[in-house]
Design a protein around this ligand. Structure first.
Ligand code: MN
Length: 290
């Protein structure tokens, strides 16, 4: 099997605001990758590159909104984020923590900067990833997994580590429960350290350079860039040219039709229409804005 090669290294598109708290670069779909199936089972990636927010007594964020048919995964690198949903779940994640929310049949939620963080202001950096659910699990009951930094699996490397959030590296498994085969890692390497990763060639695979710089297959990728890998092989090597953090995503494509409309992600337009009807009839529960 040949090595997996790099398809493209993309510079982050200009940021836009989601609510007033999330200044994000929208990598896919439609940002740098147009094809909604290209990164399946991952559907969307918004990246909030490091940005300093001024202090405020009114936390910035996004008010109550619905989701159905997928999972929202929030990875905090700097700053603190609070979450509330209509299934009764509530949590605050700090740098290094991850929140893995399964919207499934439907929730309302709101996402704000943590009150304490907002009051102090400061550097904020995070990723929000939408993981699509297989048809068989789209209407599963909502679930909330809070994954604190201390509970992550860490595979030690010479000059670094692989932090496993979901899936596995070699025999070591990450804490997140998922509905389809996928891997999410943070790879941390000191300058000149390297590691080799390997996923089945049909797994869609990409990287976000969160900090520092790396060589992937001899191509340089720097902080805030997105690397899309080809599906032409399994193994690829990362070599740090500076101390770095790299978010690694790899998963088996679901191979099912996608019907996407705003906060709903289903297999058909009929199911989208049903989601809109159910939302309008209040079937996603109740959540107040404040
Ligand atoms: Mn949301």
């Amino acid at each position: 099997m040949p090595n997996r090669s790099v398809e493209a290294v993309y510079t982050a598109p200009s940021p836009h605001m989601v609510g007033d708290g999330f200044r994000v670069h929208h990598f896919f779909p439609d940002g740098v990758i147009q094809d909604k199936q290209r990164m399946s089972p991952f559907f969307m990636l918004d990246y909030a590159s490091p940005f300093t927010f001024t202090p405020t007594d009114t936390p910035r964020g996004v008010g109550v909104h619905p989701h159905r048919g997928f999972e929202t995964v929030t990875i905090a690198y700097q700053g603190k984020i609070a979450h509330h949903d209509s299934a009764g779940n509530h949590g605050v994640i700090d740098a290094g923590d991850v929140q893995w929310m399964t919207a499934g049949s439907g929730v309302l939620h709101k996402e704000y900067h943590d009150k304490e963080f907002a009051a102090q202001g400061g550097l904020f950096q995070m990723v929000q990833l939408w993981v699509n659910l297989p048809k068989a699990h789209k209407m599963t009951a909502p679930r909330y997994q809070e994954l604190p930094a201390a509970g992550m699996a860490r595979y030690p490397l010479q000059g670094g580590e692989i932090e496993i959030i979901a899936g596995a590296y070699k025999e070591m498994k990450g804490p997140a429960a998922t509905f389809s085969p996928l891997h999410v890692y943070n790879v941390r390497l000191e300058s000149d350290a390297h590691c080799t990763l390997s996923f089945p060639s049909h797994y869609n695979t990409a990287l976000v350079v969160i900090k520092g710089a790396i060589l992937v297959d001899d191509q340089l990728a720097q902080a805030n860039q997105f690397v899309l890998l080809c599906n032409d092989g399994e193994e690829f090597k990362l070599t740090a040219t500076e101390n770095c953090i790299v978010l690694v995503l790899s998963g088996e494509p679901l191979g099912e039709p996608i019907a996407a409309y705003g906060p709903f992600l289903m297999n058909s337009w009929k199911e989208i229409e049903q989601a809109v009807v159910d939302f309008n009839e209040g079937k996603f529960g109740i959540l107040s804005d404040h």
